[in-house]
Design a binder for this molecule. Structure first.
Ligand SMILES: [Zn+2]
Length: 315
């Protein structure tokens, strides 16, 4: 019961954050102006606080860091899930665009995001600011209970997440289809942390290769850090399930801090071994610097130099 209640606290905090983000977007749209990623990130963190704790390094780093925030979700069992989040906004017009950088060897921004995420042992994720329901009209959630005047599903999508490896596999290189595809595959923050929203990985292409706790993660209901990890994994798993390339039966090893020690090596057309790519962020315990953040202690330069700040959510 406590776990469900604490989950509801976190959902409420992200709801308050999303409402504040919508308010700012509406005000800027009404003024004929525009809204920006860094402002929305600040609003989200400010309004999710104090349920969400964060430390911002940008003051002392004098702009040497990127705009990437390292998020950790820590639950009552002590298990934790980390992800490196880079904010991107949706631009609508004659075509929809999100300024994703592409894996074509020319994108320093994408390379840095992926390299920093690997160094930190977490998956790279885009934080998508998709504007208000009116901003996205006439595109909607498409649900049977959608309401053109005020739809909760459409409004929740305003602040969403997308595993970064999915950003460029949808519509093809430099295509505006990528923006639409990203919107369709993004997970609202409020859904990510809602214990009532259980992702379904029963159709994973490599289910037959996994056993024990990893199989349990895919098939059984989850809460806490495992739930957040599974929600992101499900997005990737469902895309892999639609790709027809043959799966490999080889397994790869995780490191000792990860919750799982073996993963299927299958990549499909994703370019990475997707089990390890996402689930490397799932740990038996939070890294020491996460506990430093919770204790208001300073974070070591090995982390602080790589990111704009650290966010910790206790589930
Ligand atoms: Zn809707």
């Amino acid at each position: 019961m406590d776990e469900i209640e604490s989950g509801e606290d976190v959902v409420a905090a992200f709801r308050a954050a999303r409402l504040a983000a919508e308010e700012h977007m509406i005000a800027m749209d009404d003024a004929g102006s525009t809204w920006h990623e860094t402002t929305i990130t600040g609003i989200v963190l400010q309004h999710a606080h104090p349920t969400v704790k964060f430390v911002d390094f940008s003051q002392r780093q004098e702009g040497t860091t990127g705009a990437d925030w390292l998020w950790w979700w820590v639950d009552e069992s002590g298990e934790a899930f980390g992800m490196l989040v880079q904010a991107k906004r949706l631009k609508v017009g004659s075509r929809w665009t999100i300024d994703f950088s592409y894996p074509d060897g020319t994108s320093a921004q994408r390379d840095k995001l992926f390299a920093s995420a690997r160094e930190l042992g977490v998956p790279p994720v885009y934080g998508l600011y998709l504007g208000t329901q009116a901003y996205r009209a006439p595109v909607t959630c498409g649900r049977a209970d959608h309401d053109d005047s005020d739809c909760l599903a459409c409004r929740m999508a305003t602040v969403s997440l997308l595993p970064a490896i999915l950003a460029t596999v949808g519509g093809g290189m430099n295509s505006d289809n990528d923006a639409i595809w990203a919107v369709e595959h993004a997970i609202p923050f409020e859904t990510l942390v809602d214990p009532a929203e259980q992702p379904d990985c029963a159709y994973d292409r490599n289910l037959a290769l996994v056993d024990g706790e990893l199989r349990d993660l895919l098939l059984a209901n989850q809460h806490g850090a495992r739930h957040v990890a599974k929600a992101l994994f499900e997005r990737v798993s469902s895309v892999r399930a639609m790709q027809f390339s043959a799966a490999s039966e080889l397994m790869i090893e995780g490191d000792s801090e990860q919750l799982f020690d073996r993963y299927p090596s299958d990549r499909g057309h994703l370019g990475v071994a997707y089990f390890e790519h996402i689930l490397r962020g799932l740990r038996t315990a939070a890294p020491a610097y996460v506990l430093d953040v919770l204790a208001d202690q300073s974070v070591p330069p090995s982390v602080a130099d790589l990111v704009e700040g650290v966010v910790v959510v206790q589930l």
